[in-house]
Design a protein around this ligand. Structure first.
Ligand code: ADP
Ligand code: ZN
Length: 626
């Protein structure tokens, strides 16, 4: 509860949002912006960026400094964001193409009247001459309080979400001098950051850089065997009834996978840029509003999706780079509860990604950059040590030597290693011999047959059974050989060429052949047995930290279920996703603490003054009946 000693920002946090304390850099950012400073906020997904501009917006509006304009590229999500603010008693609106002219006029009237606290709009709307003129008139009257530029990395051509319209936002700095500007993003690389500063004229802005660690996300990268089946087994083992996202590279694979999961009894929807806009909107809406749906999607899906209870993000194909991977996986577990990031990765992924870069029409500098990024990702996939250490290192965060997160596959089940130096030399000489004998190169399948001395039509027809490398690798299994070759490609000792992905030696292969480079590989893992971690006392892999809801006793569970049913009704009535009414963590705390009075209820995190007034009595009734 606010009292005389709390700051205005803190009382807004208590009163409007029902939260007890700011997280991480939030307090500093909020104070800096309320005082009129410009800021650049780099925070991982789920870190709590929205409050960084919502609290200042309310504070500045209360101080008579007018409206906050929020630039967002995501028209489809504005409705829910505004809905959430109105639920919390904050007057907000959006301007986008979904409004008819009467709707637009109404919002414009609210804006000019000074009643509006926050206005969400797309960049092209904001930089439209007519709208700029409206902002001019507010500015003249001192009624333009703040600009918040969300997803600010869209301004960078180097990023994966470049939006032309974002470039126009440079105009805000000159035209509305004196109005503080706040740019926010979850993309951390220095290149993108420099672009944001330059394009948005934020040279004098204070930068607030948070740790990019997401401790509640468990990272797992498995070797691809039959990726779809591996995924299914894993979903049935770990994520029955959970909402999650499955990323695939191609549209075709998205559709096939969604259909296949559905036939396997896992409710799944496809999403990719080739689907009709109406269908995309419907699928996204269902994903946000219904519980336990799986979205199978290309990377076209996800930016700005603030559904807090996404319990897993799976990659059936290798993502493009670590930035992309981290943003995509970051969509899991925004509520701070345990979530999984799972990826299946194999030889074909490496070959495909390398080829896509080589064959693209981009300039050499760009290709060089992309290759470097792919190498970093491959190193993550092949790593034998803590995945989180690697990820954070990539974003410039060092952990002490030997530090382990204990929430990634490599920390939880350290992989068995084997010295593959000799095997690598055998593979390289086999690639060399086959090429020398036939005058052209061969793909990995054939090479493994030769190494293992497996007679096929092709080994006979090519006369490769008489080579000195025929059968020199009988001691290793096929998956082991695939691992060796994959590693050689990942490390750049072997290149792939042409449409048949034939293998060739790179210059650096010589050092390996001479035995000057040691190569260590992870032992291929047997497919994870079912229910490996469900059994009590299982030592295989500790189950994720229990979520609040899971730790409720029987009565608590019943109250939780009753609250969820009540929430679903309210959400439907208000046409909002359920988590906007109250999120799971808030309901779980209500179920656990079983408050008997409105005062007790007000003490629960996530219950602000407006929601207490609107729903308090109903909730107490639901709790009493349960
Ligand atoms: P981001 O935009 O950075 O991905 P959000 O702003 O959507 O993250 O916040 C993620 C979740 O964390 C939301 O459910 C939000 O309500 C919650 N949250 C943010 N800040 C706090 C806080 N100080 N106390 C409690 N919950 C918070
Ligand atoms: Zn780890």
């Amino acid at each position: 509860m606010p009292n005389a000693t709390t700051s205005p920002a803190l009382s807004i946090l208590h009163e409007v949002f029902g939260y007890s304390a700011f997280r991480g850099h939030q307090a500093e950012i909020v104070d800096h912006v309320i005082a009129g400073g410009d800021a650049l906020v780099l925070m991982p997904t789920g870190g709590g960026k929205s409050l960084c501009y919502q609290v200042p917006a309310i504070a500045r509006h209360r101080a008579g400094q007018g409206v906050t304009v929020v630039v967002s590229p995501l028209i489809a999500l504005m409705h829910d964001q505004v809905g959430a603010l109105e639920e919390a008693g904050v007057h907000a609106a959006f301007l986008n193409s979904s409004l008819d002219s009467a709707g637009v006029q109404h919002v414009e009237r609210e804006l000019l009247s000074g009643r509006l606290v926050l206005l969400y709009a797309a960049p092209e709307r904001i930089t439209h001459p007519r709208f700029l003129a409206m902002l001019d008139s507010l500015h003249e009257r001192g009624q333009l309080g703040l600009f918040a530029i969300d997803e600010a990395h869209c301004v960078s051509q180097w990023g994966h979400d470049f939006r032309e319209e974002y470039l126009q936002l440079g105009v805000l700095a000159e035209r509305f001098a004196g109005v503080p500007r706040l740019a926010l993003t979850a993309t951390a690389d220095t290149h993108t950051r420099a672009d944001i500063v330059e394009r948005l004229s934020l040279q004098h802005a204070q930068a607030f850089v948070s740790s990019f660690d997401r401790p509640n996300i468990r990272y797992t990268i498995v070797e691809k065997d039959n990726a779809r089946l591996q995924l299914l087994r894993w979903l049935r083992d770990e994520h029955v009834g959970d909402a999650g996202i499955v990323y695939c590279q191609s549209r075709k694979k998205v559709e096939e996978t969604a259909e296949w999961l559905s036939t396997e009894g896992i409710p799944a929807l496809p999403y990719h840029a080739g689907l009709e806009a109406e269908m995309r909107r419907r699928h996204q809406d269902r994903f946000l509003r219904e519980e336990g749906l799986v979205m199978v999607a290309t990377v076209a899906f996800g930016m700005g999706i603030d559904k807090p209870d996404v319990r897993f993000v799976a990659h059936l194909d290798l993502p493009k780079n670590i930035e992309g991977y981290y943003q995509e996986t970051g969509r899991g577990g925004r509520d701070g509860e345990p979530a999984d990031a799972w990826m299946a990765y194999g030889l074909a992924d490496v070959v495909n990604q390398r080829r896509m870069i080589d064959e693209s029409t981009a300039g050499d500098e760009f290709k060089h950059l992309q290759r470097g990024k792919l190498d970093a990702l491959l190193a993550l996939c092949e790593s034998l040590d803590c995945r989180r250490v690697r990820l954070l290192q990539y974003f410039g965060e060092e952990r002490p030597a030997g530090w382990r997160c204990m929430n990634c596959d490599n920390c939880l089940q350290p992989p068995a290693r084997w010295d593959a130096t000799e095997a690598a030399r055998k593979a390289l000489s086999c690639i060399y011999r086959c090429h020398q004998h036939s005058g052209f190169g061969f793909g990995s399948g054939h090479l493994i047959d030769v190494l293992r001395g497996q007679s096929t039509d092709k080994t006979r027809a090519r006369g490769h059974e008489g080579l000195s490398t025929w059968g020199i690798g009988r001691d290793l299994s096929e998956p082991q050989w695939r691992g060796v070759i994959r590693q050689l490609i990942a490390l750049g000792h072997v290149t792939t060429e042409g449409e048949y992905h034939t293998l060739a030696l790179a210059d650096s292969a010589r050092a390996v052949l001479r035995g000057e480079v040691a190569i260590e590989l992870r032992e291929p893992r047997e497919p994870t047995p079912r229910s490996r971690s469900r059994g009590k006392g299982s030592t295989a892999s500790p189950r994720k930290l229990p979520s609040m809801a899971a730790s409720l006793d029987v009565d608590g569970q019943a109250r939780f279920a009753a609250l969820k049913a009540w929430r679903a009704e309210v959400a439907k009535e208000h046409n909002l996703p359920a988590y906007i009414v109250f999120n799971d963590a808030t309901l779980a705390q209500m179920a656990a603490e079983h408050p008997g009075t409105l005062d007790d209820l007000a003490g629960i995190s996530g219950v602000g003054a407006k929601k207490l007034e609107a729903y308090g009595r109903q909730i107490l009734r639901v709790l009493d009946a349960g």
